[in-house]
Design a protein around this ligand. Structure first.
Ligand SMILES: NC(=O)c1ccc[n+]([C@@H]2O[C@H](COP(=O)([O-])OP(=O)(O)OC[C@H]3O[C@@H](n4cnc5c(N)ncnc54)[C@H](OP(=O)(O)O)[C@@H]3O)[C@@H](O)[C@H]2O)c1
Ligand SMILES: *[C@@H]1O[C@H](CO)[C@@H](O)[C@H](O)[C@H]1NC(C)=O
Length: 287
């Protein structure tokens, strides 16, 4: 079984490389002056996404809750080469803040070419304890606000032939222990935006929609949670961010980072027993 699994992984990898080979080439010039809104951009992957867009000379609006942190990120964006870098504080658990953040970006930039939905509210890394308030709140932050912003954003993106980019997770395809509420929000995202991808294609929309599947990434918030609790390797946020941007710019429906998350999503259903065994054994837990 082991040898077979290895052979299978190897052949899938070859196919993957062949697919990558055929991927449209990325033209960094295409992002010069591009009008971009990035959510959850005060820290982590969102912050790195903002810096990459800045280096490509884009016009950026960033949002998150903490204004003083956003201010620093926006200043750094300008020093890296952004044509514009503005920020607006918004709490995505509120009814009105998601719309306000989008409105601000549309007003300040005069339209939108890239809408990158990336924010998540903090959630605990622990066994499900029945906290319904947390589930309702995290659904609002990680899912409802995405649907809300996307709907209004799509109208602007339609005009600019722009791109909607949704940052999701391997846990949207394969739940892990200790993250039941978070994982539910990511499953909801993939269901919703997967459905929307069909509808956009059927409507012959001008908009491309990219769903990003990420493995474990070395952001402070993620590392703090899993420290000493998992043997899984973490990958650099700056690389994850660049892969997300390139996938959006080349209008790909999906992107996987690191690359083996793609292999995992293909293999997991073929070997459910091994998959569950490896998932449970990649975490330490003492009852
Ligand atoms: N890191 C990983 O291992 C990993 C793996 C797979 C997928 N992902 C995905 O990658 C994306 C970024 O993850 P990350 O690790 O970079 O997260 P992070 O470092 O925790 O950043 C989360 C961002 O969201 C903002 N935020 C939190 N609560 C908010 C609220 N109520 N309203 C508005 N903004 C809020 C935070 O800023 P404020 O606190 O200032 O509001 C921050 O800018 C997420 O979609 C995540 O699911 C991450
Ligand atoms: C695509 O963009 C053009 C403008 O370039 C617009 O006339 C058309 O209505 C858009 N398509 C859709 C489906 O909205």
């Amino acid at each position: 079984m082991r040898t077979f699994t290895k052979l299978f992984l190897a052949s899938v990898s070859v196919v993957l490389i062949a697919i990558k080979w055929n991927a449209p080439t990325f033209d960094p010039e295409s992002l010069k002056g591009a009008r971009v809104l990035v959510t959850g951009a005060s820290t982590g992957i969102g912050e790195q996404i903002a810096y990459h867009y800045a280096r490509f000379g884009a016009q950026i609006v960033i949002t998150a809750r903490r204004e003083h942190v956003l201010k620093q990120v926006a200043e750094r964006c300008l020093s890296l080469g952004a044509q514009k870098a503005l920020y607006i504080s918004a709490d995505m658990s509120s009814e009105s803040d998601p719309d306000q953040a989008l409105r601000f970006a549309l007003d300040q930039l005069g339209g939108l070419d890239y809408l990158v939905l990336n924010h998540i509210g903090p959630s605990p890394f622990s066994m499900w304890d029945g906290d319904m308030d947390h589930i309702k709140w995290i659904m609002k932050v990680n899912f409802f606000s995405y649907a809300q912003i996307a709907w209004k954003g799509l109208q602007a993106l339609e005009q600019s032939k722009g791109s909607l980019v949704v940052v999701s997770s391997l846990l949207a395809k394969m739940p892990s222990p200790f993250l039941a509420p978070y994982s539910s929000t990511k499953f909801a995202l993939n269901g919703f935006f997967g459905s929307l991808q069909h509808e956009l294609a059927m409507k012959r929309s001008n908009v491309s929609l990219t769903i990003c599947t990420l493995g474990l990434i070395d952001t402070d918030s993620a590392m703090e949670k899993v420290k000493g609790k998992t043997v899984a390797p973490a990958y650099p946020a700056t690389d994850a961010a660049l892969n997300i941007i390139v996938a959006g710019a080349t209008r790909q429906p999906e992107v996987y980072y690191p690359w083996f998350t793609y292999v995992v999503t293909i293999v997991k259903d073929l070997f459910p027993g091994i998959t569950s065994y490896s998932m449970r054994n990649s975490y330490t837990y003492e009852p």
